[in-house]
Design a protein around this ligand. Structure first.
Ligand code: URA
Length: 224
C-alpha cells in the first residue's frame, strides 16, 4: 500500500504519541536506524485492557468494586471523556450509566449518534470514595492508559466533559467556563470541552451552551 509523505508523518506522529503514553520520551539512534517505528503495530483496546490488568497502581484500588475501562466503538470518530466512575458505574463496570449517564446518552442522541457509535471513557478508571474529586497521583497513574486508548481509537474529536477532563487533557488549570466554546488541538485531535452532565442536572439553564458545543461537534464530524 502506497502512502504519501503527509500520511507517513501523521502515522509517525501517532506512534511517537503512543510511545510517549508508554513513558518513552527518547529513542537512541540505533533504535531509529535498526528498528524503525512500525505505526501499523499499535496496541488494540483489548491489549491495553490486558496491560491494565487488576490495576493497583494507585490507592483507589482499595475501595473500588470494578475497574471502569471505557466502552463503545473502538474506531469511533468521537470520544467522550468524563471525570471518573460514580456509584452506578462502579457497580456495573460501565461508564456513565447513572443519572448523569442517562443525560449523556440524550446529549449523544441529540447529534444523531448512539452510545454504540462513540467511545466513552473517564480520566480515572476507579471510583473515588464518596465520589470525591480525583487526586493528582490518581490522575497520573491512569493517564498513560487513557492516552493509549486514545492512540488506538484515533478519534477526530474528543469531547471533554467537565473541569477535570478538560484540565487534564489540555494540561491547564483554566476553569471550564473559560475553556468551553473553543476548539483545542491535542496532537492532531480536536478537543471540545463542555459542561459535565452532572453539572447540567444541577444547572439545567446551562444546557443551551452544551447544545452549542454539540452542534460544533456535529459540524466537525459531519453528523446530520
Ligand atoms: N461521571 C463521570 O464523570 N463519569 C462516569 O462514568 C459517571 C459519572
Amino acid at each position: 500500500m502506497e502512502k504519501n509523505i503527509s500520511e507517513m508523518i501523521s502515522d509517525l506522529k501517532t506512534y511517537l504519541e503512543y510511545l510517549k503514553g508508554l513513558g518513552i520520551v527518547s529513542l537512541s539512534s540505533s533504535e531509529i536506524e535498526h528498528d524503525p517505528p512500525r505505526p501499523s503495530r499499535i496496541l488494540t483496546l483489548a491489549e491495553v485492557r490486558k496491560e491494565l490488568g487488576d490495576c493497583k497502581r494507585c490507592k483507589l484500588h482499595r475501595t473500588r468494586r470494578t475497574i471502569v475501562f471505557g466502552e463503545g466503538n473502538g474506531k469511533a470518530a468521537l470520544i467522550f471523556i468524563g471525570e471518573g466512575p460514580g456509584y452506578d458505574e462502579d457497580v456495573q463496570g460501565r461508564p456513565f450509566v447513572g443519572k448523569a449517564g442517562q443525560l449523556l446518552t440524550k446529549i449523544i442522541q441529540s447529534i444523531n449518534l448512539s452510545r454504540e457509535e462513540v467511545y466513552i471513557a473517564n480520566i480515572i478508571k476507579c471510583r473515588p470514595p464518596q465520589n470525591r474529586n480525583p487526586e493528582p497521583d490518581e490522575i497520573q497513574s491512569c493517564h498513560p492508559f487513557l492516552m493509549k486508548q486514545i492512540s488506538v481509537i484515533r478519534p477526530k474529536i474528543i469531547c471533554a466533559l467537565g473541569t477535570f477532563s478538560a484540565q487534564t487533557l489540555l494540561k491547564t488549570d483554566t476553569k471550564i467556563t473559560a475553556l468551553r466554546g473553543k476548539v483545542y488541538d491535542l496532537d492532531g485531535i480536536k478537543v471540545i470541552p463542555t459542561y459535565h452532565p452532572a453539572f447540567l442536572l444541577r444547572n439545567p439553564e446551562r444546557k443551551r451552551e452544551v447544545w452549542e458545543d454539540m452542534k460544533k461537534i456535529a459540524e466537525l464530524i459531519g453528523s446530520p
